[in-house]
Design a protein around this ligand. Structure first.
Ligand code: AMP
Ligand code: MG
Length: 424
């Protein structure tokens, strides 16, 4: 038996970071930036108003107060997107809207609230809008956003290796970039094996079950940024397996489920040995002890042969999801150029005792809640590896170490978070 860490290390040693591609910025969400991004413009491009108000020469306001307003002649109005052709000279002002470029001559903006504009509006006559009373002194630069204060022309704005989040998509757009160079997403071929399986759009004959692994695995691939390529179901026969495996030739990774436990071990092993290389591991974990790892022969875009990593997950629906999270997820993230490959973990107080009967590392499906400063975990109920609804109830996996026969209620346990409630 090998440990979870040993299995992961071997898997990761087989997967490589993929090459970069040019993608529309919105499609790049979750990908890793493959170039440094420099700005060819200042943001904002010009000094502009941070508030709706009046652009003034600050000296003009030196003696202004609400008791004794300083009256200025209004010579123009400038709205965002336009430029005033007038210049603010002593004794004059230009009405200005947020985002509009500050007119020549002005060095600060007085907010509407600090003028008598509201008063004047009550008795709106033409002459009343031709001047404005300033009610307080403003310092030079007040309510002005400086050109280049966010981004200066020529500077590096985003670094190669950055994970592209919504904020980065926005920053790229603010620079006027519609496309970006990012490490491409892996295409992950997904194959279910088993004579008992029926696809979800078919009626269910006696003795058969629906193929759920393909869909839970495809959803996981998608969640972590890969592109699932569904190959469907292979029967437990050499012909069927070979045919299906060959459809994975263009993928970046193959994930199979089922056929790795003792029962059907040999047939899958033989077929995979012909199509590539395979090692069957028993990993010291539960659920998910049997795991296969190897490579199959494939081709790249240019037609050259290459080895595609193959991860053979156990067939049980819970086991395939848990082993995916532990082994396939980091492999996909590595291919995408990500550096942080671990799921977030919290320490949680157990609401009930969790047992470990056979000296493996046990991952127990749990519901984690935060109360005050602490996390609390209770179990989802029956923990059989066929009980897929337990995964639906769970948001975390309580880890019982190999050398512990139980973790008692009230003890603190490490919990791998599958989801954060905040995200929903
Ligand atoms: P195996 O590893 O092939 O022996 O499968 C172990 C258990 O998982 C059996 O009960 C299978 O019926 C079940 N199983 C295997 N593949 C799938 C699948 N794609 N969807 C749902 N259950 C499956
Ligand atoms: Mg099977």
């Amino acid at each position: 038996m090998i440990s979870v860490e040993q299995a992961l290390e071997r898997i990761l040693s087989y997967v490589e970071v993929l090459e970069a591609e040019v993608v529309p910025i919105l499609d790049s969400l979750g990908q890793v930036l493959a170039e440094d991004i420099f700005s060819s413009i200042n943001i904002p491009p010009l000094d502009n108003a941070a508030m709706d108000g009046y652009a003034v020469q600050s000296r003009d306001t030196d003696v202004a107060s609400s008791e004794s307003p300083r009256f200025l002649r209004v010579i123009d109005t400038v709205i965002a997107g336009s430029i005033s052709e007038h210049e603010v000279k002593p004794g004059t002002t230009i009405r200005i809207m947020t985002g509009a470029p500050v007119p020549k001559g002005a060095n600060s903006v007085v907010r509407f609230e600090d003028t008598d504009e509201a008063e004047r509006k009550k008795s709106a006559t033409e002459s009343s809008t031709k001047e404005i009373g300033i009610l307080c002194k403003v310092n030079a630069g007040l309510n002005i956003r400086r050109a280049g204060e966010d981004v200066t022309k020529g500077s590096m704005v985003l670094k190669k290796g950055t994970v592209i989040r919504p904020a980065e998509v926005g920053v790229l757009a603010s620079l006027g970039k519609s496309e970006v160079k990012a490490i491409r997403r892996p295409v992950v071929a997904i194959l279910a094996t088993g004579n008992e399986l029926v696809d979800i759009n078919q009626p269910l004959p006696m003795g058969k079950i629906y193929n759920s692994n393909t869909y839970s695995v495809a959803a996981l691939v998608q969640r972590y940024g890969g592109i699932p390529k569904i190959l469907g179901i292979a029967l437990d026969s050499e012909d069927s397996l070979v045919t299906k495996l060959r459809q994975a030739r263009n993928a970046d990774m193959l994930i199979t489920s089922g056929g790795v436990s003792a029962g059907d071990y040999d047939m899958v092993k033989d077929v995979l040995a012909k199509e590539g290389e395979i090692t069957f591991w028993t990993v010291r974990m539960k659920p998910g002890k049997p795991l296969a790892f190897g490579t199959i022969k494939g081709v790249n875009k240019k037609g050259a042969t290459r080895n595609i990593p193959h991860l053979g997950l156990p067939g049980n629906p819970v086991s395939s999801m848990v082993t995916f999270e532990l082994f396939a997820r980091p492999a996909i993230l590595k291919m995408m150029g990500k550096k942080n490959l671990t799921k977030p973990t919290v320490e949680a107080v157990l609401g009930e005792t969790a047992v470990n009967t056979d000296g493996r590392r046990v991952y127990v499906r749990a519901i984690v809640e935060k109360r005050g400063d602490n996390y609390f975990a209770r179990l989802t109920g029956p923990q059989g590896s066929g009980i897929l609804t337990s995964m639906s109830l769970a948001n975390g996996l309580v880890t019982i170490p190999e050398d512990r026969t139980e973790l008692k209620a009230g003890e603190t346990a490490q919990v791998i978070m599958l989801d954060w409630n905040e995200e929903f």
